[in-house]
Design a protein around this ligand. Structure first.
Ligand code: HEM
Ligand code: HEM
Length: 133
């Protein structure tokens, strides 16, 4: 158990979180910035590959956050004990992943599910901010 490892794992959760949230931003760019993207063929090709990578691996990145979270929490707990802000961020993260799995599995999820899943992503950013800053 080390403080460096704890820090590394903490930032790894944030990196994975960033990759999951890019799902929203790459889709938005594809919708709103089509003319600009298509101006340069090489860039358009690269952006299309990035989009596929981000969208196809969204569930994987989301699930991996839990694995890294558990490692970070165990490591930090053994060094520092309980962290209130860490527990709060973890609760929101677990809720978000549960929502993601529900949305993926549910046959009829409706429009509100995506709205909730997006909003909890913002809430999670706030919770992580409180924990880290
Ligand atoms: C979404 C979940 C979490 C994320 C993204 C996260 C991220 C981080 C990061 C990046 C750091 C390093 C901060 C720095 O060096 O300034 C950190 C520190 C720490 N984390 Fe977490 N963490 C999470 C959950 C937890 C949980 C569940 C615990 C419970 C034990 C915890 C306990 C700590 C402690 C004790 C520290 C070091 C002390 C501090 O700087 O406050 N974290 N975390
Ligand atoms: C850190 C965890 C996660 C975050 C922050 C997150 C965030 C997001 C965001 C912002 C969107 C909206 C994208 C858009 O507007 O189309 C989205 C969509 C979606 N998420 Fe997540 N998500 C997480 C985990 C998961 C997990 C674990 C699953 C399923 C196993 C999942 C399944 C989905 C599905 C099915 C969509 C609908 C659009 C699509 O398929 O790309 N998410 N997520």
């Amino acid at each position: 158990m080390s403080t460096d490892l704890g820090e590394f794992l903490g930032y790894a959760i944030i990196t994975l979180y960033g990759l999951t949230v890019l799902n929203y931003f790459v889709k938005l760019a594809n919708r709103k910035l089509r003319p600009q993207i298509n101006k340069n063929k090489t860039f358009a090709k690269g952006f299309s590959l990035l989009t596929k990578f981000i969208v196809r691996n969204h569930k994987l990145f989301g699930l991996l956050t839990i694995v890294v979270l558990l490692s970070h929490a165990a490591n930090q707990f053994l060094i520092y004990g309980i962290s209130l802000t860490g527990g709060l961020a973890a609760s929101v993260l677990i809720l978000q992943v549960a929502l993601g799995i529900y949305g993926y599995k549910a046959k009829k999820k409706g429009k509100s599910w995506l709205r909730i899943h997006r909003s909890v992503a913002v809430l999670l950013l706030v919770a992580i901010g409180i924990h880290v800053l």
